[in-house]
Design a protein around this ligand. Sequence first.
Ligand SMILES: [Zn+2]
Length: 270
Amino acid sequence: MPYLTQLAKVARRTGYPVTEVSGWKSRGHGPQPEVQGVVCHHTAGPTGGGDYPSLGVVRSGRPGLDGPLSQFGLGRSGRIYVIAAGRCWHNAPSTSAYHDNSSSIGIEAENNGSQPWPDDQLDAYKKLCAELCREFGLSASRVKGHKEVNRQKPDPHGINMNDFRADVAALLRGEPAAPALSWTEKLLTDLPLLRPKDDNYDVKTARGLLLQRGYLPEAVYATGGLKSWLDRTKYDDELAGLIRGYQRIKKLDDDAIVGPLTWRALLRVS
Ligand SMILES: [Zn+2]
């Protein structure tokens, strides 16, 4: 699974205002490998400071923990901040395999850890969780509080997660049934044709998928340049060679053009 560039669209389906934080579509500790769960947090930020004073920390991290810390922020007003589309450091170690950093999406809601939750913020929280469940084909049971999947954590404070999940489940029942296409199938319909010399964001998606398939040039590891390699948007000759090799392994035409069949192979959709 590559960068989750549909997250802003998903957030807008809640009806709450959405802020797309500059650079979010390519922010992350690599791509998000899969989405099996959602983890709800509170920021433990300042008591005052406006709608979402923890934005800088959630985006850029703090000493000892590099940002981004979660894909979403949630302001006191119910405004949703889309911060990252890749993997985030929001839950480690996790007691649940569905809720570790590689398997789940994190939401950091502004709250100092003791103050009451404004009604709009709580309502937006549930609606965002419901829309994420709908998008990724999850049941409400996959929505967890950080305190439920990490023994060290108290957040989100004051929220009974069983009641919270019951409200998420009700939201899911109240809406039209999820589309028949799986998320990956929908993604395939959005991915463009990539050709050598292209220069765009989806080149990074292809690089991330090659990494997930374990198909990278030795030199990238040897020079320690993995991050800069993954961040390159240019479809250069080296990448074309790798794609050709991958196409041959998958018994596809080795034309270096990443079209539907090659994307399906990279995404492991049969
Ligand atoms: Zn937390």
